[in-house]
Design a protein around this ligand. Structure first.
Ligand code: GDP
Length: 322
């Protein structure tokens, strides 16, 4: 996609809204947040972020989805790739490679400082929630960014070559192996963090951004008690699928492997028991809006966020639904 400018290029228009909870992965929902932060105060946003793609790289804990959200709000995100820091260098990664040590992810030098600080905080006894809060404070971020849980969970992909961590599947193997199944290790014992539960005590409006329903939103809604919490909230979700394909990433292959139709209707199936309103793309011809599906209200909008202006417009449309 084209470059999206995420700095404050337009004045902050105050939208009269109560605080919002947004469930997020690391690409589609951050694009939405890039628009939303232009129209509601950052302080009114609580972003609950997937941690099941987290992994250790060269001794440091990397939290890909959380870091994208941190860098978005810190105005340092590389908004062409939607990971890492704009204009970062890769000297350490390259020096390691020359020394025969290939990292599973290509980590930038400045990006790595976040991983070093986080890992140090964790070694000092901070929970992940506390460590992210401290990083957000150091980066001058007003939004509340919450890891979904403080427990360790890890998404693995079963392939004909064996089971592998999501990052090994998606980055090392470029998402090429056939997907036989998805396993989220540790999810059965994982509860939402206390901070996540407290956020739901205060806020009744929940947005599920256009993120992968299997590997980004899937782990969040599979936390203990989470579906029950969401059933009591006003939940609006945006489809990451247009027609029969995702806008980007492996969502199609993963949905298919989990037995879901690769379509907006398939995404509704993932969220059916708690979803109130579903936003699908104006060009999505695969789904009828006339009667809603299973009690879920369907609305259409331009959901292709190829510029920050389009992210703002979609955010406005979504906020108007509450
Ligand atoms: P990940 O953690 O990097 O996998 O990122 P997410 O799960 O947050 O986002 C990936 C999903 O976002 C994919 O399924 C994409 O189809 C979807 N996506 C990315 N950009 C857009 C966009 O501009 N519009 C819509 N509707 N979906 C998008």
């Amino acid at each position: 996609m084209g470059k999206v400018f995420v700095g404050r290029t337009t004045p902050l228009m105050r939208y009269n809204q109560d605080p919002m909870i947004i469930l997020s992965g690391g690409t589609g929902t951050p694009k939405l947040l890039a628009g939303m932060r232009k129209i509601i105060p950052e302080e009114d946003m609580t972003v609950i972020v997937n941690t099941a793609e987290d992994t250790h790289v060269s001794g440091n804990l990397v939290c890909p989805d959380i870091d994208t959200i941190l860098y978005l709000f810190a105005d340092t995100i590389d908004a062409e790739k939607w990971w890492g820091i704009r204009d970062d260098t890769f000297a350490t990664n390259e020096a390691l490679r020359k020394a025969g040590r290939r990292e599973v992810m290509r980590i930038g030098d400045i990006d790595r400082t976040t991983h070093i600080m986080r890992s140090e905080l964790l070694r000092d006894g901070y929970t992940l929630t506390e460590a992210i809060s401290e990083l957000a404070r150091r980066f001058g971020i007003g939004a509340t960014i919450l890891p979904m849980t403080d427990r360790e969970v890890a998404t693995h992909i079963a392939t004909p070559d064996g089971e592998m961590h999501f990052q090994e599947y998606w980055i090392t193997n470029a998402g090429e192996p056939d997907v036989l199944g998805i396993r989220i290790h540790g999810i059965k014992d994982a509860a939402p963090s206390d901070a996540v539960l407290a956020a739901f005590d205060n806020d009744d409006r929940v947005i599920i951004g256009p993120s992968n329903p299997i590997t980004s939103i899937g782990p969040i809604i599979r936390l203990q008690g989470m579906r029950g919490i969401l059933r009591k909230k006003h939940v609006v979700a945006i489809s990451p699928i247009i027609g029969s394909a995702p806008v980007s990433g492996p969502a199609g292959k993963l949905m298919h492997a989990c037995g879901y139709d690769v379509s907006s209707a398939g995404v509704i199936e993932c969220y059916r028991d708690f979803l109130d309103t579903f936003v699908i793309d104006s060009d999505d011809l695969e789904i009828s809006t006339s009667s809603g599906i299973g009690g879920v209200e369907i609305v259409r909008a331009d959901t292709m966020m190829t510029s920050v202006e389009k992210s703002v417009a979609l955010s406005q449309r979504v906020l108007d639904l509450f």
